[in-house]
Design a protein around this ligand. Sequence first.
Ligand code: BDP
Length: 591
Amino acid sequence: MLRPQDSATRERKSLNGLWAFRLDSAGAGRTEGWWRSRLGEAREMPVPASYNDIVPDLAVRDHVGDAWYQTSVRVPRHWADERIVLRFDAATHRAVVWADDVRVAEHEGGYTPFEADITDHVEPGREARVTVVVNNELTWGSIPPGQLGEGPGGRTQNYFHDFFNYAGLHRSVWLYATPKTHITGIGVETGLDGGTGTVRYTVDQSGASAVAVTLRDAAGTEVAAARGGSGVLTVPDVHPWAPGDGYLYALEATLRDADGGLVDSYELAVGVRTVEVRGTEFLINGEPFYFRGFGKHEDAPIRGKGHDDALMVHDFELLEWIGANSFRTSHYPYAEEVLDYADRHGIVVVGETAAVGINARMTMFGRGDAPSTYSERTAGTETRNNHLQAVRELVVRDRNHPSVVLWCIANEPDGGVPEARDYFAPLFAEARRLDPTRPVGFVNIMMDGPDTCVLSELADVLMLNRYYGWYAQTGDLAAAEPALEAELRAWADGHGKPIIVTEYGADTLAGLHAVVDTPWSEEYQVDLLDMYHRVFDRIDAVVGEHIWNFADFATRPAIIRVDGNKKGVFTRDRRPKSAAFSVRRRWRQER
Ligand code: BDP
């Protein structure tokens, strides 16, 4: 699905701003038809934003069920002959959309876009009412999974992931116009052969117009061109996209009618680069690449998971300041603006689905009645279908981004039981079918070691989350160091694949200091990270370090969480803890 853009033939209109909003725990709106008229008893709600923290009321923060959003938009008069599309960059976790009285779209999954052709339901020059019901319920069938319950105050939501279940319209909403005959998709795969680059392209369209593509360099000079719906462009003296050098070409695809008149035009940024796993190395453009960075979250005070350009640019500036070259979109696909920015600035991205918490052994640890993770009562057919769809939507959305070098199809699933393979093998196969150019992996949990994890064989890269010195050997770094080293060596020797340690860290309360190793103190975070780095430097197969986490983030209340997860190297409002300076010394020195 191509993103809306302004081009010679296309135009878009943002629907961001204040929408009417109403919670609906009882689900009355669907039977009463709240989309048919102006939303009653509504308050104003910003879009994009999570609704949870906007109102100082626990009933809003912990709301379970439907939430209604409504706005109206005037369809530009000059769109009379156009195809008119309503597009949501995300609605968390699922939504149904009406244009005036007509149901036009529904979508499952909170972190990928969807759209509806509403040409037949609106009239250029007039206002149209747009109503959306967003639902935040998580069950064993959803991605991510959760469990609904009943409490004295109504329905409750339990979930198996360690970040707050923010919901709402988290990303931009667009009305846009394309010509009736239009480009429906563009795909690129790039290659390098010495100083020559190749761009294999496909352009799909709704009609049968003549297709042409032109590739321009960053200065706007044409460097290659071709005709036809697919082909290969050759770029002599190519300037590759590389970590730290986000060089982009612009691929313009056009459709023309029989008289040569322009029918449609769309421009895609293209970075020419290759990715390959060879032995225990991760190669970008044939050069070994070492990942330095973080697992992050889309998370901020007030707006929750609402996308915000100011926060995004600030976070990227902090990544640059600290010397990071990469991050993982833990634990869901991020806003497309983030990937565009990473493309332009040469930041490497590990793209992850929202499949976090498929692990009853972990989340119900110690409970006598814990079910097995993979069954029709737990992660079964419905979950896998939604998971498959989540993999598809991630890969199809993001496969043209040069910054994305590796797919992560789940975070910490249960990989210690044989059924895990049956569940996961088709997901790996689908990711590879849709994108044969990138390695595929998943993030392994500490309880599934090198001898017991049944999923690692399926992965091209080992991504390991390890908490020695925190959840194990708490406060005892002298014991943690050999334990970590022994395990990493066992992975390196036993599996022969590159290892990225995708999470390691310690909760740290900014301002808490101690002269001896004391968990939660700033010094302990510094010492723990130093210890991990010493170990990584001793093991060749380790090709990456992603600290957990870039910044403190919101979680639901828990006795091991103090106003959220505090493993950030920055606080939630992006102030540095002591570790920010020690990590910066390490990461900037190696540049
Ligand atoms: C890991 C999870 C991550 C958590 C982290 C932690 O992948 O989402 O936030 O642990 O406990 O298991 O801080």
